[in-house]
Design a protein. Structure first.
Lengths: 93, 370
């Protein structure tokens, strides 16, 4: 079995400010701002984690059923990967 | 609860997280704008936000929102500087130059618990003296302009400390060849800093920073001798380095003595301990007991007194330059600098205008003696 885990892209320069995360990189201008849940997700990715783990942790933080959280988290992860802030790690389980 | 005066509150915030502060800090509404301005100018917004999170700083909702706005601004700036750092270091490495990152980003990412605790306003890179000219040339080719040209060809590499470079993006790039201007910069061996330098990862690259000992010495030099030495963040840097676990005090004492900066290091540590009310680690006791030679103490006095603004740095530099020919070259460059340097200092730049100031110093010295 393999489970995709996600990690912060090493190229990402970032800061946490209150409930936001600011992201920048050398190969592009401007700064991306992650608000709310996306910022929490970034903080949780201090260590690589799978969709399942992240969903469970977010559900606990926001006191929401996991199945409701997962429908939001998966596209958020995809978007962060697409923008180059996260990378996927395919681990053999 | 007693409400703190802005300066006292800013000083206590500068020491946040170093020692337990028994009383939370509370600020009167009418004092907030003064404190907020001070936190911003002293680059302490990150420490203030951390203090709020830890309930060591009690703010109203409005005050908290204002603080976060200010902090967001400083962190946007920090990220822009880090982006520039990655780009510039990559560019220099393409031509075989590997700079050492000084202060800002290197301190923020390697000594503070969270990089947002340490704000910074420019980018400081140290290059080897042998790479100085090539570095300046490649930056010029890439559109950078020096803030001030060197007074005379070769001056920078013999006697200079750093040159500010700008390319219109609003971020100053300070290229250093040594850590400080004047005698202390001449006494230490900048190439040795590269021998000790260690890697740290940032922005997908492996960058270089000063090792823990040199970083601590540099923090002390900056806090005691820098032009921004009245800034609380410079003192916080000293305390942060001083209280870091694993600092090899024996090696620090050996290097400080060899580079003749014991008086500087001791002064910075005592100032940080007194201002931020933090204990000086036991390991530093040997260093603090050492009595530096008179020459070293006099050089420090030059930086700490009004002599600094009256030609004191130039005079103490002259004393530290070994050999008559080198002393003559230094004096010549300062007394009769190139025309381009004069024009950059002042559009009406003339030699008469340049000589007027030291003549005034000499006259006033004479009057003081009478």
């Amino acid at each position: 079995l393999s489970e995709t885990r996600y990690r912060r892209a090493p190229r990402a320069l970032h800061r946490t400010v209150g409930h936001e995360v600011l992201l920048a990189a050398a190969d592009r201008d401007g700064v991306d701002v992650l608000p709310g849940t996306a910022a929490t997700l970034w903080v949780l990715l201090d260590q690589p984690a799978s969709l399942g783990t992240l969903t469970a942790e977010l559900a606990a933080i926001y006191k929401t059923p996991a199945h409701r959280v997962s429908t939001d988290v998966a596209p958020l992860l995809d978007e962060l990967v697409r923008r180059g802030w996260l990378e996927q790690l395919d681990d053999e389980g | 609860m007693m409400k703190a005066e802005p300066l006292d509150a800013a000083t206590r915030i500068a020491g946040f997280g170093l020692v337990a502060d028994p009383q939370p800090i509370e600020v009167a509404d009418e004092e907030w704008s003064r404190l907020a301005a001070k936190l911003t100018s002293h680059r302490l917004t990150g420490l203030a936000v951390a203090a709020v999170d830890a309930e060591a700083l009690l703010l109203s909702e409005e005050q908290r929102a204002d603080l976060l706005d200010r902090h967001r601004g400083t962190m946007f700036a920090a990220l822009s500087i880090e982006r520039k750092m990655v780009r510039v270091t990559r560019r220099l490495e393409e031509i075989g130059i590997r700079p050492v990152i000084l202060k800002g980003p290197a301190f923020a990412h390697t000594i503070y618990p969270d990089p947002s605790w340490r704000a910074f306003g420019d980018l400081d890179l140290l290059v080897r003296t042998a790479d100085w000219k090539r570095t300046c040339d490649v930056l010029a080719a890439d559109g950078y302009r020096r803030g001030l040209p060197e007074p005379h060809a070769g001056f920078d590499e013999r006697f200079g400390k750093a040159a500010v470079h700008r390319n219109g993006d609003g971020i100053e790039l300070d290229v250093h060849r040594t850590l400080v201007l004047g005698p202390f910069g001449l006494w230490l061996d900048p190439d040795e800093l590269f021998d000790h330098a260690v890697p740290f990862p940032l922005g997908g690259r492996e960058l270089l920073r000063l090792d823990d000992v040199d970083r601590s010495i540099h923090a002390c030099i900056h806090a005691s001798l820098g032009t921004l030495s009245d800034q609380l963040w410079t003192v916080r840097d000293v305390a942060q380095c001083m209280l870091a676990s694993g600092l090899d005090w024996k090696v620090l004492a050996e290097r400080a003595e060899r580079w003749r900066v014991v008086a500087v290091v001791a002064h910075a540590m005592r100032s940080a301990a007194e201002l931020l009310r933090v204990p000086i680690p036991d390991g530093a006791s040997e260093l603090l007991q050492y009595r530096p030679p008179r020459k070293e103490r006099r050089a420090l006095e030059t930086f700490l007194t009004e002599r600094r603004d009256r030609g004191g740095t130039a005079i103490s530099t002259l004393r530290a330059i070994p050999g008559l020919r080198a002393k003559a070259a230094y004096v010549r460059a300062l007394v009769v600098p190139d025309r381009e340097f004069l024009r950059a200092r002042s559009p009406q730049g003339s030699y008469i205008r340049r000589w007027r100031r030291p003549l005034r110093w000499l006259t006033s010295r004479g009057k003081q003696r009478l």
